[in-house]
Design a binder for this molecule. Structure first.
Ligand code: HDE
Length: 704
């Protein structure tokens, strides 16, 4: 055993050319050097390019003496380290970022001059960052939370950032309320918790006093906020934007992303357990998918409408708490996005990327949505504090991939070295300095604005309940039960009775039955009064497009199947299930009590992908349990094995079992239904594995 840990990535030996050997006394104290892979390595240097002779020991006055201040190598290294972190985003701190491309498949030439939306077949590089909102950068991937869906398109005409969410509406109508909303949802300032959870008093206090948030509340209490994978969420630009064509005519547009793998969410109890089993569940899923060449893909679609059409909508499209039902304005699919390259460096790219809804290209413009208008200011401002310099656009992940030049100069961390005398415009001293391009440059939509200035909320923004009701009524019965149960869960964590009551009061406007279910779940002895509604609740046609279950895809692509085995398991059965699942597109993982694997019935060893204690069934979409009688008996004493099958059943997953597997189910008191089948029936297993056993739910938990 070495007496002192001494490593050197200069490879080969301490005598390597160009390096100063370790002193004899150090070797005597330190023992052998670790041999690391050989090969030619560049010299390890300071940031000034000075080669280091020793990266293991600081400079000391003598072997037992004080460290010397003159050690510029130590000071440089520690100083840099001390400054490694930059302020994390105030919201959307936790995220996964991936490179990819956007490809246009249908031209919008009639509506816009933006080249990215007119040149069919052209591929545009993108960087997409999908985030949670409330938690810090080191928080878990799976709280109940909205997912940010930000895409930077590096177009030939400049960067276009579409900074959206996986929910098409927002909590508030006016940007001035955003700091209040975020302060309410974030950890409470006196106690410093909860981290990334809405289930606490300050959040629901604010919400209960903010009726405009009710539509968004329905969405966040639905399973949309507990997605199975980031590859299985939708994205929305939320606000209305404008497209402007070559005659200057403008059309309103809403942007949508639709995942190729379909929508899928988890069950709340499962989500809670995933947070313990794998804090990086979503990031790892994305990383693994890209490493395996299963590139996530989304359709890009638009809803286009004119001012005249908008005037006939029974809501105001400039109000970000409203969506435009697909049944009213159909989606037109115009492109696709494929994410196919993991960043080289998380900090340089995912952390330093700076999105701004104000980054648009000629042919795209803003609407008067007061939330969007506030965002146009906020994002640049936040980048200045986060990235520390007005030159943040020069960081490679933020820089346009088309040429850009102007007369802005200097500033903190200036990387460019502009030549010449001229840094102003107009000028007559330079023949090739940048000038305006009146024809092709950015033009705003020519809109006439009239009316009185003031802090006024438009009357057309007054209806807070109709679309909340429409959303709830559009769901399947299972999804409605999940919404009601989520409300009961969240409000049960709220200590203040008057806040619980106020929330149930709002629910009465949305749907009386929902209010009753939640009141019963909270054990209210009488129904609280509903608050006065600012506008009457309108009855709107249910929109099935708002469901998750209706948008699940009949596929195992992107899904994972876990096979639990132990010593004595039948290799042929394992192989049969594994092949059927892999052929159907699933990823298959073998789980065994020991990661080294299990000795199968025929005496061969099968290595495991995961150790049972660290690989619970919450990490899979369906499971198979293939055990000998002895294996089943041994596992019946392992709580991890009991949890594996109980949770798979409780989370409504398909379970394939052989005789030993069935024995374990019995010992674990797991029920039987059509979703539990024999491993001989592999085709039925594959079919059932593609969905969840919704009918089972009433037998495993009491929903509101
Ligand atoms: Fe953001 N938001 N936001 N937001 N937002 C930020 O900008 C803000 C809103 C969204 O992956 C911040 O760079 C205000 C709606 C995403 O880097 C900040 C308002 C939607 C991301 C900010 C909103 C979003 C952010 C923090 C109300 C959906 C992550 C860090 C007017 C359409 C982008 C940063 C990334 C990030 C402000 C509301 C989406 C503070 C003031 C609505 C996806 O500037």
């Amino acid at each position: 055993m070495s007496k002192k840990e001494t490593t050197s990535n200069s490879g080969k030996s301490k005598q390597e050319k160009g390096s100063v050997p370790y002193g004899d006394s150090q070797l005597a104290a330190g023992g052998e050097l670790h041999q690391i892979a050989g090969g030619e390595h560049p010299a390890l240097t300071t940031n000034q390019g000075v080669a280091l002779s020793d990266n293991q020991n600081s400079l000391r006055a003598n072997p037992h003496g004080p460290t010397l201040l003159e050690d510029f190598i130590l000071r440089e290294k520690i100083t840099h380290f001390d400054h490694e972190r930059i302020p994390e985003r105030i919201v959307h701190a936790r995220a996964t970022g991936v490179h990819g491309f956007f490809e246009l498949i249908a031209s919008l030439k009639q509506y816009t001059t933006a080249r990215i939306l007119t040149e069919v077949g052209e591929k545009t590089p993108v960087f997409t960052r999908i985030s949670t909102v409330a938690g810090g950068a080191g928080s878990v991937d799976t709280p109940r939370d909205v997912r940010g869906f930000a895409v930077k398109f590096y177009t030939k005409e400049g960067n276009w950032d579409l900074v959206g969410n996986n929910i098409p509406v927002f909590f508030i109508q006016d940007a001035i309320k955003f700091p209040d909303l975020i302060h309410a949802v974030k950890m409470e300032p006196d106690r410093g918790f909860p981290q990334s959870a809405t289930a606490h008093d300050t959040f629901w206090d604010f919400i209960s006093l903010t009726p405009e948030s009710m539509h968004m509340v329905m969405w966040i209490m639905s399973d949309r906020t507990i997605p199975r994978s980031l590859r299985m969420i939708e994205g929305f630009g939320v606000h209305s934007f404008r497209l402007i064509n070559d005659t200057g005519q403008s059309t309103f547009v809403k942007f949508h992303w639709r995942p190729k793998l379909g929508l899928q969410s988890t069950i709340w109890d499962e989500t809670v357990k995933i947070a313990g089993a794998d804090q990086d569940f979503h990031r790892r899923d994305m990383f693994d998918a890209i490493a395996a060449g299963h590139f996530p893909e989304w359709e890009f679609a638009v809803q286009l409408f004119t001012q005249e059409e908008a005037d006939r909508f029974p809501f105001d499209h400039l109000d970000a708490t409203k969506l435009i039902p697909e049944e009213l304005v159909p989606l037109k699919v115009i492109g696709r996005m494929v994410l196919d390259r993991w960043p080289n460096n998380f900090f340089a790219e995912t952390e330093q990327v700076a999105y701004c809804p104000g980054n648009v290209v000629p042919g795209i413009d803003f609407s008067n949505d007061p939330l969007l208008q506030g965002r146009l200011f906020s994002y640049i401002d936040t980048q200045l504090s986060r990235l520390g310099s007005s030159n943040f656009h020069q960081i490679p992940i933020n820089a346009p991939k088309c040429p850009f030049s102007n007369h802005q100069r200097d500033g903190h961390m200036q990387m460019a070295q502009p030549a010449g005398r001229v840094a102003y415009e107009p000028n007559s001293l330079s023949e090739n300095s940048p000038r305006e391009t009146p024809a092709k440059g950015f033009h705003s939509a020519a809109v006439t604005e009239t009316g009185e200035k003031g802090r006024i909320r438009a009357e057309s923004f007054a209806d807070h309940y109709s679309q909340a009701r429409q959303f709830y009524l559009s769901q399947t019965a299972y999804e409605q039960a999940h919404i009601a149960s989520a409300l009961v869960f969240e409000l049960s964590k709220v200590e203040q009775m008057h806040v619980r009551e106020a929330m149930v009061g709002h629910l009465r406007h949305i749907e009386e039955d929902l209010a009753k279910r939640v009141a019963a779940g909270l054990a209210f002895d009488k129904m609280p009064d509903a608050p006065v509604a600012a506008a009457p609740v309108q009855e709107m046609k249910p929109s099935p497009a708002l469901q998750i279950i209706g948008k699940m895809k009949d596929t195992l692509m992107g899904r994972a199947i876990g096979i639990l085995i132990a010593d004595g398991s039948d290799g042929a059965v394992i192989e049969r299930i594994k092949k059927a699942a892999t052929d159907a597109g699933a990823t298959v993982k073998i789980v065994a009590p020991k990661v080294g694997g299990a000795k199968l019935a025929d005496g061969s060893m099968l290595a495991a992908d995961g150790q049972l204690a660290g690989t619970p069934s919450v990490l899979f979409d369906a499971v198979a349990v293939i055990l000998s009688d002895g294996g089943a008996k041994a596992l019946s004493k392992e709580s991890a094995a009991i949890d594996f099958v109980r949770d798979a059943y409780g989370h409504l997953k398909a379970i394939a079992v052989d005789k030993g597997g069935q024995a374990l189910l019995k010992m674990a008191n797991v029920g039987q239904d059509a979703g539990v089948m024999d491993t001989n029936d592999k085709d039925a297993f594959i079919t059932v594995a593609k969905t969840r056993q919704w009918d089972r739910e009433k037998s495993v938990r009491t929903l509101a």
